[in-house]
Ligand binder design. Sequence first.
Ligand SMILES: *Cc1c(COP(=O)(O)O)cnc(C)c1O
Length: 388
Amino acid sequence: MKRIYLDYAATTPTDPEVVKAMLPYFTDSFGNPSSIYSYGQENKGAVSESRTKVATLIGARDEEIVFTGGGTEADNAALQGVAFANQSKGNHIITSSIEHHAVIETCEFLDKWGFSTTYLSVDEHGLTDPDEFRNAITDKTILISVMLANNEVGTVEPIAELAGIARKAGILFHTDAVQAVGHIPVDVNALGVDLLSISAHKLNGPKGVGALYIRKGTRLIPFMHGGGQEGRRRAGTENVPGIVGFGRAAELAGQELDQEAERLTNLRERLISGLQERIDHIRLNGHPVNRLPNNVNISVEYVEGESMLLNLDLEGICASSGSACTSGSLEPSHVCLAMGLPHEQAHGSLRLTLGKWTEEQDIERVLEVLPGIVAKLRAMSPLLKSKR
Ligand SMILES: *Cc1c(COP(=O)(O)O)cnc(C)c1O
């Protein structure tokens, strides 16, 4: 049975082109970029070339990119780094109620150290409200962190507008752009953000490497200690093969972005309308228009998300219920709950995320098998029986 992978928001396969670029840096060119001899120095060059490629993808300057051990580390470094550097100015942080756990749990951690976090609500489509945000700002606010695109429902937030408000108030703005970079155009100056997180494995690069964009002049307390790498902003010997792979992935993503965004949007719309035609009592979660080209998230009434996943898996289809991080637990998704979905629907959410190797026949296959799975599960559903 051919495996159909529709969970690109959880992770993507590493592009063979990327692997090819990485390979020499495991064996032939394994030198430490900090070493004096030319053998190490060559790798310093490879790291700096990758830095340029990543910077180019988001319209940043090379020296504003700090490589990290992934998106989670970038989020932690941004939030903790800004919070501890600005303690004398204030202790208030604003974020949204639909952030990735890397942001939410870092805020919870900071709250234990004397900070205090406000969580902005979202509307039924997952959008934050600029007016609510404006009213949440106090003279103690030192940092705002709102994601660019949501990993569960794909909603793209009005970051340029929010960051404009923050800048007028003199407050630093961070955005977790892990789901957005490489999928939609991202430019740090058009957005007006001070800090932005990226992860390589969400754009066909390797796992365990990412970057934090830090606007020139932004002061952070370093998150890692023990070496002068990355301009003293991230200690530790550079993950040279990972960084080279990330650079190549960023380069490819930039070249393919427009074409892929259009192709995936068409596949997404085919999948959404096909499911709506074939299954009744389903709803699309997230914003109908302001959403990532590759994200489909639906709630199927009277059916548990986990049961759909298991049945899809039997057909060789990899999907996710809500977030990859919460699937496996029986907690409904915090994102669906924040959008005001009742518990049953939050439980019944199914996320299908598309990517570079998704083809039309994969979408047709889902349209062929999912209606039957839903009908079977509904026939057994105590939720549906109680409604009758
Ligand atoms: C995947 C993801 C992260 C975490 O990135 P890792 O590189 O897996 O640590 C953070 N934020 C969002 C929105 C994500 O989708």
